[in-house]
Design a protein around this ligand. Structure first.
Ligand code: XMP
Length: 510
């Protein structure tokens, strides 16, 4: 049995980070809202209580019953989790006199505590709280302080229960990973055996068991998630998996053919469906961004549904949903400060496709998806591809879409992307693409006046697409790319480079 950690979420913006740090220690962790009924405490070998935007003193703050956990399973309270462990068992928590945000240093720590093995006084920790623990219950022992916070860490005598006011999960807490490892490995005795290989092994076995002899249909997009999901399923059930790769006519130049060939080369049971004309004809005359998205989404479902009806007795629909999509769709507190995003992949099954859903990547993060893909031998180039939006070039052609505009933008995009690869810049950029603007501008070529299209190039760095900054690409590269585009793509006489960050701009122009 794989050892796992339960992270009880009270709505902190850092909860996902706790899970990531734990996974980086090769230990499997799961986040559940503190009030969820969907988990069984006895399945876990350690529990971490997250932070929260609430004050423990407030009536609507989370006040969970810990009777099945505290004193029975090794427990670590972080920030709100620490305050709750003090407040709920007879300690005092009050508003801080000074603001306690950002950097602090441990001025005292009890070196005898396993929690601090390998950590020294002076270690930087990150604080983010407005309440402070002014006194501890009688059987509690303070084990570390900072200049402003005397109860920066404490333990409960006779239990494997620890609590820290600071956030070990953020990178600015320099010894945070060491502290988590001390708690999970030295104190709670968890094995560090959560690796991509072990994930593949257990997932393939679980998929075999869940699916049996049934058939599964999966939509491949050319992106990392659906590809890795397909390869896992292929290992588990082979040709019982039917992959459908739809060409919506809005992919990059030559992408449909080359990715399809790559999928076939990987031995996947895949059918390429070229529905470009159907998409283009449905999009005729639509220039509103959301209108275009809706059409593309609807036609995709229609095409996919038509195709899956050609297969008999399909029982499952596989999706490449990943963990952030799942956690962002549930709220720990239901309160306004919790970050909530409903994601189209979760529960997004159209009514007329009455299939059971199978999501092999549901519990892992994007970087883990890549590591899993690598461990299964998927081409690194495929795994390192930039994200590409579902509606494709449809939301990079501002205004209405025509076949001519698609061809023009495909040419521009190919020059830009191939250039990034040639210059060794592709992997330094998180996402890049070109936008075809709905303006003509005057130019001169030879002795002729031109009145042609303008394209904008966009390259951003980001971690998750939520925030992004433009990339400082070398002028020489931009110069070469601009020349190639204007000389090589008929109908374009001007190239601009987008230097807007997100926020306030977004990555896509529509
Ligand atoms: P924005 O433009 O919102 O984009 O800053 C953030 C990330 O999301 C992608 N994106 C989409 N992906 N369907 C998708 O599948 C869409 O409608 C869509 N809109 C934006 C965008 O490419 C970027 O990676």
């Amino acid at each position: 049995m794989q050892h796992k950690v339960l992270i009880l979420d009270f709505g902190s913006q850092f909860t996902q980070l706790i899970a990531r740090r734990v996974r980086e220690l090769n230990i499997y962790s799961e986040i559940h809202p503190y009030n969820s009924k969907k988990f069984n405490v006895s399945d876990y070998k350690a529990v971490i209580l997250s932070g929260s935007p609430h004050s423990v003193r407030s009536k609507d703050a989370p006040h969970p019953d810990l009777s099945e956990i505290k004193g029975k399973i090794p427990l670590l309270g972080v920030c709100y989790g620490a305050q709750y462990l003090a407040y709920n068992f007879g300690g005092e928590v009050g508003a801080s006199n000074s603001r306690e945000y950002g950097r602090a240093h441990l001025t005292y720590l009890n070196h005898k505590e396993l929690l601090f093995e390998g950590i020294n006084e002076g270690s930087q920790v990150w604080m983010s709280h407005s309440d402070t623990i002014s006194s501890l219950p009688s059987n509690y022992k303070m084990i570390a302080s900072t200049e402003d916070v005397s109860n920066a860490a404490f333990k409960i005598e006779g239990e494997d229960t620890y609590a820290i006011q600071f956030h070990p999960e953020v990178y600015h807490s320099t010894d945070g990973a060491q502290l988590l490892e001390n708690f999970l490995v030295k104190i709670a005795g968890l094995n560090q055996d959560w690796t991509p290989d072990s994930f593949v092994e257990t997932t393939v076995a679980a998929l075999k068991e869940k699916i049996g002899k049934d058939k599964v249909v999966l939509g491949l997009s050319g992106g990392v998630d659906s590809t890795v999901a397909a390869v896992l399923l292929d290992r588990a059930i082979g040709d019982q998996l039917y992959c459908i790769f739809v060409n919506n006519g809005l992919l990059r130049k030559g992408e449909f053919e080359s990715v399809l060939e790559q999928y076939e080369g990987m031995g996947l049971n895949v059918k390429g469906v070229d529905a470009s004309e159907r998409f283009l004809s449905e999009l005729t005359g639509e220039s509103d961004p959301e209108g275009k998205r809706k059409i593309i989404g609807r036609v995709f479902i229609e095409v996919f549904d038509d195709e899956s009806h050609l297969l008999e007795d399909v029982k499952f629909l596989a999706q490449g949903t990943i963990y952030p999509d799942v956690i962002e769709s549930v709220s720990a507190t239901g309160g306004p400060s919790a970050t909530i995003k409903s994601h189209h992949n979760v529960g997004g099954l159209p009514d007329f496709m009455k299939l059971k859903v199978v999501e092999p990547l549901r519990m892992i993060f994007k970087d883990e998806v890549r590591r899993v893909g690598k461990s299964m031998g998927i081409d690194p180039e495929l795994l390192g591809r930039h994200p590409f939006p579902g509606p494709g070039l449809g939301i990079r052609i501002l205004g209405d879409i025509t076949a001519d505009k698609v061809r023009m933008l495909q040419e521009v995009d190919a020059i830009f992307i191939n250039g990034l690869k040639k210059w060794g810049l592709y992997d330094k950029v998180w996402q890049a693409g070109a936008m075809l603007l709905p303006v003509n501008s005057v130019g001169v070529m030879g002795d002729e006046r031109t009145y042609e299209k303008c394209v904008a190039l966009r390259a951003v760095e980001s971690v998750d697409g939520m925030t992004a900054d433009w990339v400082d690409l070398p002028y020489k590269f931009l110069q070469e790319t601009s020349n190639k585009i204007i000389n090589g793509v008929k109908g374009v006489n001007r190239v601009v480079y987008d230097i807007s960050s997100k926020p306030p701009a977004t990555i896509e122009w529509e």
